[in-house]
Design a protein around this ligand. Structure first.
Ligand SMILES: C[S@@+](CC[C@H](N)C(=O)[O-])C[C@H]1O[C@@H](n2cnc3c(N)ncnc32)[C@H](O)[C@@H]1O
Length: 640
């Protein structure tokens, strides 16, 4: 039996029900007195009753996640780090213009800001896909080291932290986004105005990466999403469909003109597509009539005009000649189409045009030569050479191993394709998740094929290899060791395959390792130290740092390319580094005398650098400026 209500009618409830019947979308739920109860969303109701858009409170299109703002801060925060050269691990240190940087790419991207700002033409990255099995470098060092198992691949050599990002982690996408966002922001600044970035990714994060790319580079600078057939057999461990593809997202720094990514046609394609030949080379005939019915006399009247041919099909500009046939761009069903050239263009290039009688009807053709012919790439990449198994085979061959020294490297043919669509001549190519250095290999191969002088910058974390792994057994203690050895071996192979043609090919690389700054803390914060303590320090430079370490920090500071030529010379018994053919002269020796300073000043460098503590005496220090004023007043002088 129903209980009596024993109170008056609930008008509010009644009104809500009536409104909800009219506007079901305005019905919502809220908490009242700790209980969930029905309510009306007045913003929606207002909108339903308004003819113009009503401002809602905070409703707007946005892409956000926890700590997004923090990761912006992370991108902007300065670091007290430097790049220390390693001659022993480099190849052709003095002559190469390629770089191999070891360390966390967030640091590397920051360190390169000064020197490589706006200088990189193409970036390719293949970041961890966030499949639930990847180790992701954690930028937030708030957890204690004990939380991690040492020796299980979770540390890199510099003590950095690699953490597994499991799907069960409540911050699964958040962590990945916080990792990639600051890196993309910094990477964008390194691109030239017409620079482009290619990012490999799979289903796990393609949606987020696309949104992020639009945010960082701007929707107008979205270029393409390439779908790559990478595993033709498909992944048998998948649940529903056997995935056999992944993606490459492409963004440019600024809006690029049409055709920016077109590439020259290859020889076999030219043989197939250009069957005709004359004294100017191979060509094919293309119909001059526009083959699209969206265009015709109705909307392109200037392209609808008669063309006159004689009986052998030669185009005649003198229409008054006898025996000519008048041809209009009219389709077989009578549709009045149009030509693709206007009359002026026809007059100018009449030698390229001819008529042909096909099934009793005259058609007009133009010659299209193969020389310089380019094509737009399609957004689905199906080339067998691009399969991941190809990349794996390639790498295994280098290391004479059936086992995998490195898991799933990209195919060099794929990266070569991306580089050739976006670079030429002496462009700089950067890969800051470089793994086994496929990108470096691709750059060298392409340079060897087209005599280019592209330079590469590889960045890779010295992520330690598992003791049970094939890599470890082959003697590679971390991934950088694999990458560097790959470049050495690939370079050798490319040179030997190309013979004399590759005589000048740059297959070397300068190894630079990210480390703490060369300066002691007192260099940055002298005010915090007691005077006695300061004077007890002979120097403000850490004792384990070499002159070349200092030189690279100076180059970073002054924005001098890290690939600049460096010559070590002797002046008055002191070592003087000559960078970029006299642009910078640096002497970090001690007991630098007036004679040495004079000799350096006489060479008129743009920059002259000394060590504060290296100046021999107070009198040399006093004369220092006078010497420069006499011999090279414009030289910028600095001391460390
Ligand atoms: C998918 S692999 C790249 C493979 C590469 N495309 C190739 O063909 O060999 C991603 C690489 O990024 C590296 N990596 C991950 N986080 C990094 C970081 N913060 N800094 C530098 N490298 C990182 C990993 O060690 C791994 O080698």
């Amino acid at each position: 039996m129903d209980k009596l209500k024993m109170h008056s009618r609930d008008n509010i409830k009644e009104h809500i029900a009536q409104i909800a019947a009219l506007f079901p979308n305005a019905l919502t739920e809220t908490i009242k007195d700790g209980k969930v109860t029905q309510a009306i969303d007045f913003d929606i109701l207002k909108q339903e009753l308004s003819e113009v858009v009503v401002d809602g409170p905070a409703e707007r299109y946005q892409f956000t996640w926890p700590d997004k703002r923090k990761s912006i801060l992370l991108a902007n925060a300065p670091i007290a780090k430097t790049l220390r050269p390693s001659r022993e691990e480099s190849l052709d240190f003095d002559s190469t213009e390629n770089l191999y940087i070891e360390g966390d790419n967030l640091d590397a991207l920051k360190l390169l800001q000064e020197t490589y700002l706006g200088k990189v033409k193409m970036i390719y990255i293949d970041p961890p896909y966030n499949t639930g099995n990847d180790f992701v470098y954690e930028d937030d060092f708030s957890q204690s080291e004990d939380d991690y198992m040492p020796g299980s691949g979770q540390f890199d050599e510099s003590g950095g932290r690699l953490v597994p990002n499991l799907e069960s982690n409540g911050r699964f996408h958040t962590d990945w986004l916080n990792m990639i966002y600051p890196r993309l922001k910094l990477a964008k600044d390194l691109l030239t105005e017409d620079g482009v970035i290619f990012i490999s990714i799979d289903n796990s994060e393609v949606e987020n990466l696309f949104k992020l790319g639009n945010e960082v580079f701007g929707e107008d600078n979205f270029v393409a999403i390439i779908t790559l057939l990478c595993n033709p057999k498909g992944r048998s461990q998948d649940k529903y469909f056997a995935t056999n593809h992944e993606f490459i997202l492409v963004f440019s720094k600024t809006k690029l003109p049409k055709g920016s990514f077109s590439i020259l046609k290859k020889d076999d394609q030219i043989i197939d597509e250009y069957p005709e030949q004359d004294e100017n080379g191979k060509y094919r005939l293309l119909e001059l009539r526009n083959t699209h019915r969206e265009f015709g006399k109705f909307n392109r009247p200037n392209l609808f005009y008669p063309i006159f041919v004689n009986f052998v099909g030669e185009i005649q500009l003198n229409k008054d000649k006898e025996g000519l046939t008048k041809i209009f761009p009219i389709w077989e069903d009578g549709f009045e189409g149009c030509w693709t050239w206007d009359e002026n263009k026809l007059i100018k290039d009449v030698d390229l045009v001819c008529g042909k009688k096909i099934k009793g009807q005259w058609k007009i053709y133009r010659k299209s030569y193969a020389d310089g012919a380019d094509k737009m790439l399609k957004t689905i990449f199906l080339d067998k050479e691009f399969y991941t198994e190809k990349g794996q085979k390639e790498l295994n061959t280098f290391f004479e191993s059936k086992g995998k020294v490195f898991q799933s490297p990209k195919s060099s043919a794929l990266i070569k394709q991306l580089i050739s669509t976006s670079t030429s001549n002496n462009d700089i190519v950067l890969d800051f998740f470089s793994g086994s250095a496929t990108t470096a290999d691709a750059v060298m191969q392409l340079n060897s094929e087209d005599a280019g002088g592209r330079k590469f910058v590889m960045v890779q974390l010295p992520e330690v290899t598992d003791e049970q792994s094939e890599a470890y057994k082959a003697g590679f203690k971390n991934i950088c060791d694999i990458g560097k050895e790959r470049i050495r071996r690939a370079g050798k192979k490319i040179k030997s395959d190309a013979g004399l043609l590759a005589k000048n090919l740059d297959t070397g690389f300068r190894v630079l390792k990210i480390d703490s700054t060369n300066m002691r803390d007192v260099y940055y914060t002298p005010g915090e130290y007691q005077k006695d303590f300061l004077s007890s320090l002979a120097d403000n430079i850490k004792p384990d740092r070499s002159a070349e370490d200092l030189l690279f920090q100076v180059m970073l500071d002054l924005g001098i390319l890290l690939s600049a030529k460096i010559k070590e010379t002797r002046v008055g018994g002191k070592t003087v580094f000559d960078v970029a053919e006299g642009y910078l002269l640096a002497c970090f020796d001690s007991n630098v005398t007036s004679d040495v300073v004079t000799e350096i000043a006489k060479r008129k460098p743009y920059y002259a650098i000394f060590r504060d503590s290296g100046i021999a005496s107070d009198s040399v220090a006093t004369n220092f400026d006078q010497i420069f004023a006499t011999y090279s007043p414009t030289t910028v002088r600095k001391v460390l």
